[in-house]
Design a protein around this ligand. Structure first.
Ligand SMILES: Nc1nc2c(ncn2[C@@H]2O[C@H](COP(=O)(O)OP(=O)(O)OP(=O)(O)O)[C@@H](O)[C@H]2O)c(=O)[nH]1
Ligand SMILES: [Mg+2]
Length: 328
């Protein structure tokens, strides 16, 4: 599976410029005082959230980011120019990890967030800074401190509020296409969705939230069956999970238990989220089933909401249930 939401890049902050060693030149004075300036600071490597980016695809083409080195100091106590910072624009929700240690070094979760990840090296001192009572004419000066460099992994976790989970074909993509303006691929075979889709659901003019439609889960996904469970990281941070269980299933409670188990395998945090359990595609099932469905008792949850994306049954109700679960 190749999700375009991870990338590995090389970053380096600028080296500090070297200090300079020189002496004032004045008419009639053979050797003036020391006047070698300090080196400039190397540029920093900074990550900045850009509202216009939705993927990490740009990093497939550019993988090296180096800030500018500081300039050397020079005559007349001139300090070298500082190196320019390099600013790396990433989508909201990008996590930056040290590729070697896997340690999180920046978590870009705020709009307009800016985080310095590598500081540039400081400039070296010029010889004018080495003057002492006993040495009025030092020749000594320092090199700049080198910048830092490393490989980092970028991971973009989509910042959805609500995650849709269900077996393949349960109608997740269809539901998001009805609730939001998202236009995901929908088809009558399992594993249609390979890459998560996000949709903005508008409850009223200034009330909206983001729903994530992810690939279908199957029994054994945590052991690698189907598409595995890696994609669950896209809903790791949602506050609410909506379970879709096909009205045509032969064992609703079992389906729910399997889904729950795979989620727990991925992370126990999944158990702590609020849940909404839906029976989906009601229009395609025989109507006589309805009383039975209405009396299902999902452990820890109770009776499901019965919906159909095709007829629109309970779509508004579901929207509000999601909103209420989010804001409760
Ligand atoms: N009758 C009926 N069919 C539906 C409904 N929702 C989805 N379908 C159909 O069910 C099939 C699967 O729908 P998808 O929305 O692609 O299902 P999915 O859960 O996203 O599937 P994966 O991406 O494979 O996990 C498609 O043929 C849809 O047209 C519904 O409410 N009623
Ligand atoms: Mg789908």
């Amino acid at each position: 599976m190749n999700f375009v939401d991870t990338a590995r890049i090389f970053i380096k902050s600028g080296d500090g410029g070297g200090g300079h060693s020189s002496f004032r030149r004045e008419k009639f004075v053979s050797m003036g005082g020391p006047d070698g300036g300090n080196g400039g600071r190397g540029g920093d490597v900074i990550f900045r959230v850009s509202p216009h980016l939705n993927t990490l695809i740009d990093f497939k083409f550019k993988r090296r980011f180096e800030a500018e080195n500081g300039e050397r100091g020079s005559w007349s106590n001139c300090t070298g120019r500082n190196g320019k910072d390099t600013i790396i624009r990433v989508p909201l929700g990008t996590v930056v990890k040290d590729a070697e240690t896997d340690e999180v070094i920046a978590d870009m979760t705020e709009k307009e967030q800016e985080t310095v990840v590598l500081r540039g090296g400081i400039g070296g001192r010029g010889n004018s800074e080495f003057v002492t009572a006993t040495n009025q004419a030092p020749r000594e000066c320092e090199p700049g401190k080198p910048g830092k460099e490393c490989w980092v992994n970028l991971e973009m976790k989509l910042l959805a509020d609500v995650g849709l989970v269900g077996f393949p074909n349960a109608g997740k993509s269809t539901l998001i296409s009805v609730l939001s303006a998202a236009k995901p691929k929908i088809a009558d075979y399992p594993f249609t969705t390979l890459i998560p889709n996000l949709g903005v659901v508008r409850v009223s003019e200034d009330m909206s939230f983001v729903v994530a439609d992810i690939p279908g889960l199957i029994e054994g996904a945590s052991q690698g069956k189907g598409l595995g469970i890696q994609f669950l990281r896209h809903i790791e941070r949602t506050r609410v999970l909506v379970f879709l269980i096909d009205a045509n299933s032969t064992d609703y409670l079992r389906d729910y238990a399997i889904l729950s188990r795979e989620l727990t395998e991925f992370s126990p945090m999944m158990d702590e989220k609020r849940r909404i359990v839906c029976i989906s595609k009601m229009d395609s099932a025989i109507e006589e089933l309805r009383p039975e469905l209405e009396h299902l008792d999902f452990p820890g949850y109770g009776a499901p909401l019965i919906i159909s994306s095709v007829t629109g049954e309970s779509m508004d109700k579901l929207k509000w249930m999601m909103w209420n679960a989010l804001t409760a």
